[in-house]
Ligand binder design. Structure first.
Ligand SMILES: [Zn+2]
Length: 162
């Protein structure tokens, strides 16, 4: 196992909450190191703090690398710099949209102020309309918000920007 192969394997590990994208596309894999004996160390920055999916991700990463021949797998968590949805690449944003999830907008580090400030409208992933209404700040998971489209009437999840 070399570093390129390890990245390739990680690219097949789906995000448990949004299985259409991999943990690499989620932007949480910061570094991968493979030594001469095939021991792999993966550095991960968790997404939303307390996201229960992180335990699952760590387990899935370990299993996938071991199955691909890694002698040992160490998953190290690094909290700083904090993960941001800006680390999700454009290709993965397209997959989210195709899956019916509005991709995150640019991260807003405004803190409390941003909570009360009106957010720009979120485009409907189904029809592209911006005539959408926020229905709940918490969707199927805490990481998502629910909107309803005024044009096609479809409800949809938004991957919240942080
Ligand atoms: Zn729509």
């Amino acid at each position: 196992m070399n570093t390129a192969r390890a990245w390739e394997v990680l690219g097949t590990v789906p995000d448990p909450e949004v299985p259409v994208i991999s943990v690499v596309e989620l932007g949480i894999v910061r570094e991968v190191m493979v030594d001469a004996e095939g021991a792999v160390e993966v550095v991960i920055t968790p997404t939303y703090s307390g996201c229960p999916a992180m335990f699952e991700i760590e387990k899935d990463v370990r299993h996938a690398l071991e199955a691909a021949g890694a002698s040992t797998v160490t998953v190290r968590t690094v909290l700083s710099p904090a993960w941001t949805t800006d680390w999700i690449p454009a290709s993965a944003r397209e997959k989210l949209r195709a899956y019916g999830i509005a991709p995150p907008g640019p991260a807003d580090r405004g803190g409390l102020v941003s909570l009360v400030r009106a957010r720009p409208p979120v485009a409907c992933p189904w029809c592209g309309s911006t005539q959408t209404t926020l229905q709940s700040e918490f969707g199927s998971t805490a990481c998502k918000a629910i909107h309803v489209c005024g044009s096609c009437r479809q409800p949809f999840d938004e991957f919240k920007a942080i």
